[in-house]
Design a protein around this ligand. Sequence first.
Ligand code: NAD
Ligand code: TYD
Length: 356
Amino acid sequence: MSLRILVTGGAGFIGSAFVRYLLSQKSITVLNLDKLTYASDLRTLESVQDNPCYAFRKIDICDTAAVRREFEDFQPDAVVHLAAETHVDRSIDGPADFVHTNVVGTCSLLQVANDYWSNLTGDRQRNFRFHHVSTDEVFGSLGETGAFDETSPYQPNSPYAASKAAADHFVLSWHRTYGLPVIISNCSNNYGPYQFPEKLIPLMIVRAVDGKDLPIYGTGENVRDWLYVDDHVDALLTILTRGRVGETYNIGGNAEARNIDIVRSLCRHLDTAAPSTKPTGGYCDLITFVDDRPGHDFRYAMDTGKIQRELGWQPRHTLETGLELTVAWYLDHEDWWRPFLQNTYDGERLGRRRGQ
Ligand code: NAD
Ligand code: TYD
């Protein structure tokens, strides 16, 4: 069976991994719509750019007319929607872009998808899917124990989380109101190759390589559940092809860690893999504690029982192997990340309260 999948945000970190993964499967054709914001990079797609089953269009999902034309031309069997503004610290500095793309853009895409789907017939209409890729952050913050499952209430705290929560609600409302066959996945923190060096793991690696301090917000005891990006994209295709319409699925790595432990682990891998630039006492000497992030969620953890039971999915990478692979990848691909530091984002602190 051949599948035509329209991906939004396919030039970003997870989106590009998903596009590469889709094109490594048989009989999948991909159209990638991406606005190419600061967080995107088409070099992530060089390995597939000449693939006859792949096409790219530089399009803002908020441009309803342009998106509508692409639906008509491409005739997708499914939409996987990843396009978003994604960095919590940037959402503290400038929430408007998050509302615009994540909320207004998602609603515009839903409208176009719904009009298109309504005009399909038979199996093509029955089998169509709109898959929204979302985050565990919509559920808010946990204390020391417990985990989010698919019935956890929405309690978003950051503007980023609130915008994704709003998008999730709109996606489900299009299902309940118009019958659009939607699925939502809520995933924990991803890491791995090609992540823009503003998020914790790549930022710490590139700063360490340059001998800069490694800023840990607050006490470093905040906990995240980490998932290697290749495991996420495998979960996305599993859910898209076998998940139940109208359902939400939690995805996570079953790999909780405190931020301070993540950064220490990265430093240990760097001590081994990049000893030539190692500070005297090792890379851990660069760790510095800085003012906390405003509204900093204490802990995220995912109960992934539903996706395991219903779809047999579980992550393949452990946190330690994933971190080792990631450090090795960033050390080998300085030509990929160095230009960002020079041209786009210099790695300095974002997301402090006004006046700080
Ligand atoms: P990213 O920031 O690396 O990439 C986002 C992509 O979306 C970029 O290529 C950007 O150009 C594109 N984009 C932004 N605004 C757009 C617009 N208006 N129109 C078209 N394209 C636009 O993000 P990511 O980390 O790859 O995240 C992808 C998705 O997964 C997001 O929806 C995010 O909320 C979700 N998610 C991310 C994580 C994570 O840890 N990174 C975890 C769970 C869920
Ligand atoms: P981040 O990668 O921004 O992801 P999210 O906020 O979506 O979970 O941050 C991960 C954790 O690392 C979060 O608790 C904030 C913390 N953090 C730091 O301590 N220092 C930093 O420089 C950054 C970017 C994040």
